[in-house]
Design a binder for this molecule. Structure first.
Ligand code: TRH
Length: 429
């Protein structure tokens, strides 16, 4: 249960959704590959489209159980559809009557190239024949690479027949929609009041931290032992690196031997086994447990709701994030971040990582801090020894906080992804 006021629950005069036409439903398709990134992005987008644009959304999810876990809706595992915060979530399964579903839809969005069923594509062709075609979008993964601008908004034409027994055929056009960091892309997911919410959380940081402590499920006195107020707060969300996570072990050692107290907050998940190994614990810890070694306290906390996680990012002095969605959220929180990129075959992710580091460091007003951040990030991703690099990086955190704030402001000047999609839809041919 979220204790803190959520990003989108805060009242704002702009928050009233526009009136909508119920025949104008958008269908979003999400295949959960692994982890929570795919459902995280799809859910966040769906929720924002409903709340801020009054856009009716049906979100189809192939891994129903994982989606419900993510949404903390354990009550709904036996159902095949639920309504959550105005979004209609449905189990994506065989046997769906697609022509019937399409009768009220005007846009189909496949997230991250998830393959749509042939029966649905055939129904889209049938539906589109001789009338205004359905808008078909493939939402791509986020990348800071420069080619993204060239490919954003490109279309691919697909000739499709109307399916079993039908002779009608239609040319469907699929548009590739890229999130991104520049004007020539679709932008990043950002709720209307997100920055204002961060501002208020950060304006009263001590109070916000105090309010978070019960949500984190750890005894307050265990967290306070490391000098409340002066301890560096760090959130840690990263991919496990078995066997023997070298980067994590060396970084923990550096923080333990450092002069200033550090509180490292680790949401429960697959990384906890690596944490146990790095701290030489006899057992894998559970949420609520806190371990102290020298200057370092490591607290295992529950996997938070999306909004509480935003709050945590907001009041930490450094955030270690991963994948796509937590990585973007940390940028909106305007605190220094270390990104653990989702590893790809043939090390393709290294190019993406460098592309981001180049953009994030391109503001050269303080090259030393950017270089130290980039070095630590590279070592973190390569699972190399980070001990010395941490001692170099820690004094740079105030400077990196200014940089993070500048970066947030730069990104905030761009349209957000949901608004870009709405704009694209309105202007479609
Ligand atoms: O879970 P991820 O590793 O997801 C990845 C990436 O999206 C990757 O690009 C994709 O290919 C792969 O999945 C399949 O990391 P990500 O993207 O940060 O998603 C985690 C989600 O979990 C995000 O929406 C934030 C949310 N979250 C919480 O709600 N509470 C928490 O306590 C934490 C740590 C995360």
């Amino acid at each position: 249960m979220a204790l803190l006021m959520s990003v989108s629950e805060q009242s704002s005069p702009d928050a009233t959704p526009a009136t909508s036409d119920n025949r104008d439903t958008w269908l979003i398709f999400c295949a959960v590959i692994d982890n929570f990134g795919d459902i995280g992005v799809c859910w966040r987008l769906a929720r924002q489209l409903v709340r801020e644009h009054g856009q009716p959304i049906v979100l189809y999810v192939d891994d129903w159980d994982r989606a419900l876990d993510f949404l903390q809706r354990q009550d709904a595992h036996a159902q095949t559809q639920i309504e959550e915060q105005g979004v209609e979530l449905r189990r994506w399964q065989d046997g769906i009557d697609w022509p019937d579903i399409l009768a009220s839809a005007t846009l189909v969005l496949e997230a991250f190239g998830c393959r749509l069923p042939d029966a649905l594509i055939a129904a889209m062709a049938q539906f589109s024949a001789g009338r205004r075609p359905l808008c078909w979008i493939n939402l791509e993964y986020l990348s800071a690479e420069t080619w993204v601008e060239d490919y954003h908004g490109q279309r691919s034409l697909q000739s499709v027949t109307g399916g079993q027994g039908s002779t009608s055929s239609a040319v469907l056009s699929k548009t590739f929609f890229f999130p991104g960091f520049t004007k020539g892309t679709g932008g990043l997911l950002r709720e209307r009041d997100l920055l204002q919410t961060h501002q208020s959380w950060q304006a009263e940081q001590a109070r916000t931290r105090a309010a978070l402590i019960p949500v984190m499920g750890c005894a307050a006195d265990r967290l306070s032992i490391s000098a409340p107020g002066s301890a560096l707060w760090i959130s840690l969300f990263a991919y496990p690196k078995p066997p023997g996570n070298v980067a994590l072990r060396s970084w923990f050692a550096a923080m333990a031997e450092g002069a200033g107290p550090v509180l490292c907050l680790v949401p429960a998940g697959s990384l906890v086994a690596d944490v146990a190994d790095a701290l030489d614990l006899a057992q894998i810890p559970v949420a609520g447990e806190v371990f102290t070694q020298g200057s370092l306290s490591v607290a295992i906390i529950p996997f938070l709701s999306l909004d509480d996680y935003d709050c945590l990012l907001s009041v930490c002095d450094l955030n270690l994030v991963r994948g796509e969605d937590s990585f973007v959220r940390a940028q909106w929180a305007a605190k220094p971040l270390i990104w653990h990129i989702y590893p790809q075959q043939d090390d393709a992710h290294q190019i993406k990582l460098e592309a981001f580091l180049a953009r994030y460091g391109e503001d050269r007003w303080s090259p030393a801090s950017a270089d130290k951040l980039a070095r630590f990030t590279r070592f973190w991703n390569l699972d190399a020894d980070c001990r010395k690099l941490w001692h170099d990086l820690r004094p740079q955190l105030p400077d990196l906080t200014h940089r993070a704030r500048n970066w947030q402001q730069k990104l905030a000047a761009l349209p957000d992804l949901a608004s870009s999609l709405m704009q694209f839809y309105r202007n479609r041919p």
